[in-house]
Structures are given as C-alpha cells and as structure tokens.
Design a protein around this ligand. Structure first.
Ligand SMILES: NC(=O)C1=CN([C@@H]2O[C@H](COP(=O)(O)OP(=O)(O)OC[C@H]3O[C@@H](n4cnc5c(N)ncnc54)[C@H](OP(=O)(O)O)[C@@H]3O)[C@@H](O)[C@H]2O)C=CC1
Ligand SMILES: N[C@@H](CC=O)C(=O)O
Ligand code: NA
Length: 432
C-alpha cells in the first residue's frame, strides 16, 4: 500500500465536520483518484471536550496550532476555522514549511489572497479556496479553467446563503427577519458573527474574489460598494410583488471597456429572471463571456456537506498535483491594471418609495427634479397613506447614472413637500 497523504485540519465546526465525513465516506473514490489513502492526522479546535457532529478519535484533537502546523508528516493543511490575522500568520507558517493549503475562508482571501498566493507560489505550494465563494458551486475553477479562453464582462450573483434564506422566507412565508436569521444560524449557514452576512460584507468579499479572477485585475474589498438587507421591509417586498419583482441580495461585477464596477446591494429582479428563482440557502452566479454568452452556475452556497465537497475537491486537486510534481503553479497574476468606473459611468434602473405631502403640485416638483437630469419614469404608483395628509409614491426609473440618481435623492430630501425617502433599490435584469 502506498504511503498515505496526511492532512491537518484547522477547525472542526460546520464545515470541518463535513470534511471529515467526506474523507471517511468517500475514501475509496479518493484512493482511486490519487492512488493512496488520505488520512486526517491532527485537528485544531478551541475546546477538545465539545460535543461534535462527527465521531473522531479524541487523540486527533488538539488546542495547539503547532501540533498541526509543524508536524513534518502533514502534507496538506485544511483551514476551516475562520478569522483573519492569526489565521493568515498560521497559513504563512504552513506554506513556508512546504505544506499545501486548502481554505474556505473568504474573509482572509478577499484581503490577503494576493499575498498568500504569492508566498504559496514561492514555496511551490498549492493554495486553493473554492469553498470560499458560493460554497459547493465550483465557480472559481469554472472561471479559471472552464472559461479560460473567454473574456468575462459581467458576473452577477446571489453569493450569500444566509441572506437569500432570510429574503426567501420573509417574502414567501411572511416570516419575521429575526426568526429567519435565527433559523439560518441554527442550520449553520450564517457566519460566527452574522452581521457580515446581513450587512453584505460576506457577499462583498466573495464578489471581490470573483471580480479579481473574472477580470484579472487586483480588485480589493474596498473597491466593492456594499449595502446589506437590514433595511429591507415587508412593504418593499410587497410593492416588489405588485410590480412583478423579486428582491435578492445581488453582487454585480461589470466591465465596460477597461473600466469595472463591483457592488453588493438588495436589488429588484423581474420575477422571470433566472436569479429570481434561486431560493433559500442556494446560490447562483451568472457569468457573461464575450464568446460563450450567458452561463449560470447554481447550487448550495452554504452548509456542512456542500461546502465540504468543495474543500475536499480542492484537496484532491492538491493530491493530483503532488503525484505529478506540479504544485504551486496555480496563482493567477492579474493581467490588467485596475480601473474603476466613476459614479457617472455606472448605469442602472432604480426603485424609489417616498412619502410626500398630499398637496397640489407636489408630484410636478418631483418629476422636475428627475427630468432636469434626463431621468424618465418607467412605472409610477401613488397611494394615499393613513398618516394624515401624506401620500406614498413609488417610482421605477429608466436607466440613470448613479451620480445623477444620488444627486436627485439628495435634492428630494431637501424638498419641503417630501416627508421621507422610505427606500431605494437598484433594479436589474430587465432588457435595456
Ligand atoms: N458554514 C458555512 O456554510 C460556510 C463556511 N465557510 C467558511 O468556513 C470557515 C468555517 O466556518 P464554519 O465551519 O461555519 O465555522 P464554525 O464556527 O462552525 O467552526 C469553526 C471551527 O474552528 C475552530 N476554531 C475557531 N477559531 C479557532 C482558534 N482560534 N483556535 C482553534 N480552533 C478554532 C472551532 O473550534 P471549537 O469547535 O472547539 O469551537 C470550530 O471547530 C469560515 O471561514 C467560514 O466563513 C465557507 C463557506 C460556507
Ligand atoms: N455565511 C455564508 C456561508 C458561506 O459562505 C453564507 O451564508 O453564504
Ligand atoms: Na465554490
């Protein structure tokens, strides 16, 4: 029997337990693919006495990172613990000792991905991170390998399972935001601190990683405009339904010429759009390439076994490279200088809900603000409100630049007849 490949695990939570199960349950298939057994040698946890979702030999557990990182028998480190600064230091330590790394950590890869990949390449090590974006969907490999010959111009995705689970259940079952968030946490989809899910940061990290690979530019997390779902109300979802829209937290990365925009925000999509029917913790990434045209990748974006599938598939890729002696050649050096669009170069339709004083001429004042900037309306609803003397106006615009739209919003707020701007969302996915 060939010498086994030894794996060290950092973390045995939702994803780590799934990794152990897949390595055990699919051992025969793994052996067939790589020609030797795969063994987990050591597992770092915070508390060795905690009850686990998977049965492991207690002797494998340790609370000392050195037991895993510095074990000379361990060939591959699988990092499924989360965290950024300390985790980065540990992975650098592993890479510098010639250990390959597989990680599910988008927080880390969105910020330090370029540096870690450079160090990995210097030490002829693989560093794979498929699970970090859209869980079980093999989207990173599809961009890097499957679409290698094409020029990607648009990536649009639902890349956070927790928020999709929340929006689906609020919209379809009338559930409360707090209740569904608690469910998503119990099911293991949410991050340790779910603020990063609901405020859009988790999706922004994934979009930065996707845009970097898709456009071959050094896109940083700071380049992503971010808005989460915490202000989305039941009223907004109901208006969306009346207008034939579904609300999703959408990441958009778009290239026009050499310039790009990357954002994450709650967005109305026409009900007929393929992303509108992606529900619960499922994710989907729509990719447009100049030659291939439209493609869409769909699957579970979070959860134990789906995410672990991506992790263990990365492990298989490392092991195949080990057998061929070709590790450390995967880091993609960006081909293009980063050029971000200015707000005047970003175009979209917008949904706007405002409360105005129900007075003669109020509507004319509002339309004037829009027409002065050449922004026209596609849909308008006006309804009296129970609140005395107020009316609710809902507008869907035709295409407007972000700059014009933001100027209009500011001036609307200054109008005496406008009581409040209640909500405002991008509208995407309609034929232009
Ligand atoms: N959950 C999901 O669906 C997905 C998660 N991810 C990413 O995968 C990673 C892991 O997520 P998940 O499994 O949900 O997280 P969990 O919180 O369920 O598990 C984290 C594990 O890491 C251990 N751990 C954390 N910090 C330390 C530390 N400083 N020292 C020692 N052990 C530590 C914990 O030990 P103990 O058990 O003793 O507390 C636990 O076993 C994160 O980066 C996350 O963003 C990516 C895609 C999907
Ligand atoms: N918290 C994340 C987990 C996967 O990355 C999500 O909800 O998508
Ligand atoms: Na993935």
């Amino acid at each position: 029997m060939e010498k086994p490949i030894f794996v060290g695990l950092l973390g045995l939570g939702t994803v780590g337990s799934g990794v152990v199960k897949i390595i055990e349950n699919h051992q025969e298939k793994l052996m067939h693919q790589v020609g030797c057994p795969v063994k987990v040698k050591k597992i770092l946890v915070r508390d060795v006495h905690k009850p686990r979702d998977v049965a492991v030999d207690p002797a494998l557990l340790t609370t000392s990172a050195a037991d895993v990182l510095d074990d000379p028998d361990i060939d591959v480190i699988i990092e499924v613990m989360g965290g950024v600064e300390e985790t980065k230091a540990w992975l650098l330590r592993a890479l510098r000792q010639g250990k390959h790394v597989v990680t599910a950590n988008k927080d880390l890869m969105a910020v330090y991905g370029s540096e870690l990949l450079r160090v990995a390449a210097e030490h002829r090590c693989d560093l794979f991170y498929e699970a970090s974006v859209a869980g079980g969907i093999p989207i990173l490999r599809s961009l890097v390998d499957g679409l290698a010959s094409d020029r990607i111009t648009k990536l649009m995705g639902i890349v956070n399972g927790t928020t999709n689970y929340i929006l689906t259940n609020m919209s379809q079952n009338g559930a409360s935001y707090e209740d569904v968030l608690a469910e998503a946490q119990a099911l293991g989809f949410a991050e340790a601190d779910p603020t990063s899910d609901v405020e859009g940061l988790d999706a922004a990290r994934k979009m930065a990683i996707l845009a970097r690979l898709g456009f071959s530019m050094d896109i940083d997390l700071d380049d992503v405009q971010v808005k989460g779902i915490t202000e989305v109300t039941e009223e907004d979802l109901n208006y969306g339904k009346r207008l034939g829209y579904t609300m999703k937290l959408i990441g958009i990365a778009q290239r026009d010429g050499q310039k790009v925009e990357v954002s994450v925000q709650p967005t109305f999509l026409p009900d007929s759009h393929p992303l509108a029917s992606v529900h619960n913790e499922y994710n989907a990434v729509y990719v447009y390439g100049e030659a291939v045209g439209e493609t869409m990748f769909y699957g579970p974006g979070a959860g134990s076994l789906p995410t672990a599938t991506a992790v263990v598939s990365d492990l298989v890729a490392v092991m195949k490279n080990m057998r061929l002696g070709v590790n450390g050649h995967y880091a993609v050096v960006p081909q293009y200088e980063k050029q971000l669009k200015a707000p005047a170069e970003i175009f979209s339709k917008y949904f706007l809900r405002i409360h105005v004083k129900d007075q003669v001429g109020a509507f004319a004042k509002i339309t004037t603000l829009f027409s002065e900037r050449g922004v026209s309306f596609e849909k308008i609803l006006q309804l009296p409100l129970k609140e005395n003397g107020l009316a609710e106006i809902v507008i869907v615009t035709h295409d407007a630049s972000q700059q014009d739209y933001e100027d209009i919003l500011q001036q609307l707020g200054d109008l005496e007849i406008v009581e409040r701007v209640q909500s405002s969302y991008r509208v995407e996915g309609e034929k232009r």
